[in-house]
Design a binder for this molecule. Structure first.
Ligand SMILES: Cc1cc2nc3c(=O)[nH]c(=O)nc-3n(C[C@H](O)[C@H](O)[C@H](O)COP(=O)(O)OP(=O)(O)OC[C@H]3O[C@@H](n4cnc5c(N)ncnc54)[C@H](O)[C@@H]3O)c2cc1C
Length: 388
């Protein structure tokens, strides 16, 4: 038996023994997940059991080094773990901007002290992070951001406003882009970490038409930030920010494909029974073929990324393709559900899960950088245009 074969067998047996059946059902919405943090609460004893079992092995972040709270798995072992989790339908034990975005940036650019301080907390879900990038007037043109951090000798003094800060009102800490030099654009940005409980930080949830408020306006009024909470060098934050965005785009690209069976056809038949409409059947079949191709592409890209061979356009390609596929999938779910799928609140429509997910999917092509901007980045890299 090769090492990989025995690792696969051990992993499968461990997952079988430790992943409760309730955690092998797909989550119905993003909020139906464990996000960790100082004020976290588990939705069920099974969720807690699953999280604790995975966290104890460092498998919330299987490929991070053990000394930073990870599982210390090789890229191949991490892939096997993912495959085995998908085969059983195991949910991700912890949803976390720390895992998806900040952690990879800290591993790449953090000091040893920062890595030892922040990474184990992220792995254990102790701190919930939010992302302070966008500002009114600086979304796609992110380098135009105005929130400033002045060097006060022994600390930074932060003033300004962010917008669309997802879950800012629930987060414990923020990773935030600030202007430390107003005389240049990209070259005057720094990457700061600070506690959302600091004096001078306030958040105002933005109420959506759905009735929920997943994001906020975030205000900074003379916020004092210790000097050692900067990641990377002063005025070099753009490099950290871009690296992090690559990971964010990769994460968004896989929305809707997290775990389990990628076949929409099988899912629809299980939920609604066999459907006869030949056009819909053909569209679902086409979707399923594209979903398999997307999975294969993602796996190849992730392999290349882990081995440091990723093409710079890859995160944008994955984000664009994954976003389009997820939107198509939700359109088809709506079409298959007929008038039932338009219901918002009844038990029959499971509290409007399908239309809520359908509406949410529209934001996929905006968050993390719009589709138009991704296409621009891809074109620049592939065609070697200026600014790539
Ligand atoms: C669900 C969701 C969650 C989000 N969460 C966060 C978060 O946690 N933290 C955070 O900082 N931000 C967050 N955002 C903000 C997001 O990153 C921005 O909305 C996004 O970068 C677009 O910026 P903008 O809204 O300013 O649009 P604009 O930049 O004003 O764009 C408006 C339109 O112009 C087009 N456009 C702009 N520039 C170009 C160009 N060069 N070429 C072609 N077309 C162009 C865009 O594609 C778009 O269609 C979130 C957004 C959403 C929808």
């Amino acid at each position: 038996m090769t090492d990989e074969t025995s690792f696969r067998a051990e992993t499968r047996a461990w997952l079988e023994a430790n992943c409760p059946p309730a955690m092998r059902e797909p989550a119905t919405a993003l909020d139906d997940a464990y996000w960790g943090g100082r004020n976290s609460r588990f939705a069920s004893p099974e969720q807690q059991q699953w999280f604790e079992a995975m966290a104890a092995r460092g498998w919330t972040v299987p490929d991070w080094p053990k000394e930073y709270g990870g599982g210390g798995l090789s890229p191949e072992q991490t892939k096997i773990l993912r495959q085995e989790m998908a085969a059983l339908g195991c949910r991700s034990p912890l949803h976390s901007f720390g895992i998806w975005m900040l952690g990879p940036a800290l591993l790449q650019f953090g000091t040893e002290e920062q890595k030892r301080h922040y990474l184990p907390e992220i792995a254990q879900g102790k701190i919930r992070w939010c992302q302070g990038y966008s500002e009114p007037g600086a979304g796609s043109d992110l380098a135009g951001l105005q929130t400033r951090a002045e060097d006060m000798g022994d600390h930074w003094l932060v003033n300004g406003q962010k917008v669309w800060t997802s879950y800012a009102d629930k987060a414990d800490w923020i990773f935030c882009l600030v202007r430390t030099d107003p005389t240049t654009k990209q070259g005057g940005i720094s990457f700061l970490l600070f506690d959302m409980a600091s004096t001078g930080v306030s958040t105002k949830p933005i109420l959506l038409i759905s009735g929920s408020s997943p994001f906020c306006e975030t205000f900074f009024d003379n916020v004092k930030v210790p000097k050692d909470q900067i990641v990377g060098a002063v005025n070099q934050g753009w490099t950290v920010a871009k690296y992090l965005l690559g990971h964010e785009r990769e994460m968004i690209s896989s929305m809707g494909f997290g775990t389990g069976d990628p076949s929409l056809g099988r899912q629809l038949v299980a939920d609604l029974g066999a459907f006869e409409d030949p056009v819909l059947r053909a569209q679902v079949a086409l979707h399923d073929v594209d979903a398999l191709a997307f999975r294969a592409m993602s796996e190849k890209f992730l392999d290349e990324l882990k081995h440091g061979r990723a093409h710079p356009a890859q995160p944008s390609m994955m984000k664009y393709a994954g976003t389009e596929l997820n939107k198509r999938k939700l359109e088809l779910e709506m079409a298959a559900g007929g008038s039932d799928a338009l219901e918002w609140e009844s038990a029959r429509s499971d509290g409007g899960t399908v239309p809520r997910n359908w509406l949410r999917s529209k934001a996929n092509s905006i968050e993390g950088g719009t589709s138009e901007v991704q296409l621009g980045i891809i074109a620049k890299h592939i065609l070697n245009l200026p600014g790539a």
